[in-house]
Write a new protein. Structure first.
Lengths: 116, 114
């Protein structure tokens, strides 16, 4: 049972355009969401996060939107750059309540290719 | 470099052998996590330490797996009697108390069991 789903395995975008990566979750207990970027042969790198009490968080070219009622979040990258080409993972966490706390639950990732 | 480090980066072993991996977290981080990632999947949680105490273990962590963090600093993950299904990337992450959701990952150890 996959609690965090990234339904698009890959996405190609022209340099300078917007990249939109999507993520859906099923567990309503999740209260914090994160995006990680991963290059080959490296570990995931933390990119941006959002608490469930917000619907938007922005950091430079990266914006994460959260729609709690739809259990959906998205990552917008504007403008996209060739260096953004990587696998992007959506992750979710629950508030501390004993078992299962602090662990991140990841989606399968979306491979973004930004074409020059 | 003050990031999370892992050693070795690659390990090839024969089925049935024991292997041990090491993780050095970011120095001021008191929480340390182990995850496993297989091809085409996202990282999956294995276990987590707060200082030297192992507080949680996933059902993915069979009896052949053991993790330690003896002095609350570095951690080791040992796999006994390796099986081909253990082949994966083993990732370590650490976080600062109070910012536990933001976990910082090391480069991983890629294990291949032949």
């Amino acid at each position: 049972d996959q609690q965090v789903k990234q339904n698009s395995p890959s996405l190609s975008v022209q340099e300078g355009r917007i990249s939109i990566l999507n993520c859906d979750y099923t567990n309503s207990m999740f209260d914090y969401f994160l995006w990680y970027k991963k290059y080959p042969a490296e570990g995931p790198t933390f990119l941006i996060s959002i608490s469930s009490i917000k619907d938007k968080n922005e950091d430079g070219r990266f914006t994460v939107f959260l729609n709690k009622s739809a259990k959906h979040l998205s990552l917008h990258i504007v403008p996209s750059q060739p260096g953004d080409s990587a696998v992007y993972f959506c992750a979710a966490s629950r508030p501390y309540s004993g078992a299962g706390s602090y662990q991140l639950t990841f989606g399968k990732g979306t491979k973004l290719s930004v074409i020059p | 470099d003050t990031g999370v480090s892992q050693n070795p980066r690659h390990k090839i072993t024969k089925r049935g052998q024991n292997v041990t991996f090491r993780c050095d977290p970011i120095s001021e981080h008191n929480r340390l996590y182990w995850y496993r990632q297989t091809l085409g999947q996202g990282p999956e949680f294995l276990t987590y330490f707060q200082n030297e105490a192992q507080l949680e273990k996933s059902r993915l962590l069979s009896d052949r797996f053991s993790a330690e963090r003896p002095k609350g600093s570095f951690s080791t993950l040992e796999i006994q009697r390796t099986e081909q299904g253990d082949s994966a990337m083993y990732l370590c992450a650490s976080s600062l108390a109070g910012r536990d959701y933001e976990q910082y990952f090391g480069p991983g150890t890629r294990l291949t069991v032949t």
